[in-house]
Write a protein that binds this ligand. Structure first.
Ligand SMILES: Cc1cc2nc3c(=O)[nH]c(=O)nc-3n(C[C@H](O)[C@H](O)[C@H](O)COP(=O)(O)O)c2cc1C
Length: 153
């Protein structure tokens, strides 16, 4: 909603493209469908925590794709970055449970990036993610791409 997750996802996307011979795609959750999930070898899910849960847009993506992908993604690698105001843990728990249901393989601890937004004004303001966290997101994207390219994952 306010750009934090998008910045992190774009940084990870750029990081993944550092790896040769890997095709990287980025989707807004609203535009991502089962076909994209089935066609990919690995995943990086990036989304906010809203109301102590996975954000609605991301949850809708999981709801839409869960059963049409069930059983077809077993063992594929994934990681997650959660953009939160001050918590993020419930969103991680929920999403990791979905990933477990899909039998995905977690290749890095889920990262929670807190923007420290706690007042309504701060929560509704555009988010600027600091360079350190953008760099870590890029490295995570690069890690997944490298692992896939080398056949490690
Ligand atoms: C409706 C709403 C509910 C939120 N609830 C939480 C929450 O439960 N826990 C939390 O840590 N942050 C919460 N936040 C703060 C957002 O996670 C934070 O602003 C984050 O940076 C949003 O990411 P985005 O810039 O990608 O939209 C909430 C924000 C909104 C708009």
């Amino acid at each position: 909603m306010t750009g934090g997750s998008e910045s992190l996802a774009r940084a990870a996307y750029d990081g993944a493209w550092r790896v040769q011979d890997v095709d990287v795609q980025i989707f807004n959750a609203a535009d991502a469908h089962s076909e994209h999930m089935l066609a990919a070898d690995g995943y990086l899910f990036v989304f906010p925590e809203n109301l102590a849960a996975i954000s609605g847009g991301m949850k809708s993506f999981f709801d839409r794709c869960y059963y049409s992908c069930l059983g077809a993604l077993n063992g594929r690698p994934y990681a997650m970055i959660i953009c939160a105001g001050s918590d993020g843990r419930n969103a991680v728990t929920e999403a990791e449970r979905i990933a477990t249901g899909w039998r995905l393989r977690q290749i890095a601890p889920s990262a929670i990036i807190c923007t420290q937004a706690q007042t309504p004004e701060a929560i509704l303001a555009p988010k600027i993610i600091d360079a350190l966290h953008l760099s870590a997101a890029a490295e995570l994207g690069e890690q997944i791409a490298t692992g896939l390219q080398m056949g490690i994952y």
